[in-house]
Design a protein around this ligand. Structure first.
Ligand code: GAR
Length: 192
């Protein structure tokens, strides 16, 4: 038995942030335990990592389903598992209002920009094209408006001459892996 808060992580791909959250959750003083990793892509590479780490997985393709129908399937899997908080980690689906309402204040996301700048996609390319001196990442509470909820924590990196979206993404990703576990832990401690 554990008195840690049970969480799920939703992924769509590689799952490197998921791996950072799982790793951090092993620490005795970490307030959360990852009890489920769920994906809208049964082929997501992160699912294999989760299974290898001994964590239950749930995968169901969103293809051919309406957004609300698909989210109801994910919602049922989360509730069946006994999840209390949901961490999005490279989850590339926009969540329906109904789903978000059912988890109000209990879904967090990591986004690869310094919000409120560059909501949505292609964040690094947009930061470079704008001539920004810095890029970064933000952990925020998920609300119905895309990438718009309260920002819990941010990390900044310089944008260097000659940076491409890929080189900047690599630099930001290192900070994502540092930022997300601590920001999630702090959020769950104060809202759990
Ligand atoms: C991360 O950079 C994350 O911030 C971003 O996708 C990547 C996922 O990598 N998320 C978004 O763009 C959400 N809109 P990962 O699967 O290795 O964690």
């Amino acid at each position: 038995m554990t008195d840690k808060t049970p969480i799920a992580i939703l992924i769509s791909g590689r799952g490197s942030n998921m791996a950072a959250l799982i790793e951090a959750s092993r620490a005795a003083d970490c307030p959360y335990e990852v009890i489920l990793v769920a994906s809208n892509d049964p082929e997501a590479a992160g699912l294999d990592h989760a299974r290898a780490a001994g964590i239950a997985t749930f995968a169901h393709s969103h293809k051919g389903l309406k957004r609300g129908e698909f989210d109801a399937i994910i919602d049922a899997a989360l509730r069946e598992a006994g999840v209390r908080f949901v961490a999005l980690a490279g989850y590339m689906r926009i969540l329906s209002e109904g789903f978000i309402a059912g988890w109000e204040g209990r879904i967090v996301n990591i986004h690869p920009s310094l919000l409120p700048k560059y909501k949505g996609l292609d964040t690094h390319q947009r930061a470079i094209e704008a001539g920004d001196a810095e890029g970064g990442c933000s952990v925020h509470v998920v609300t119905p408006e895309l990438d718009d909820g309260e920002v819990i924590a941010q990390a900044r990196v310089p944008i260097l001459p000659g940076d491409t979206p890929e080189t900047l993404a690599d630099r930001v990703l290192i900070e994502e892996h540092r930022l997300y576990p601590d920001a999630l832990a702090a959020y769950i401690r104060s809202h759990g």
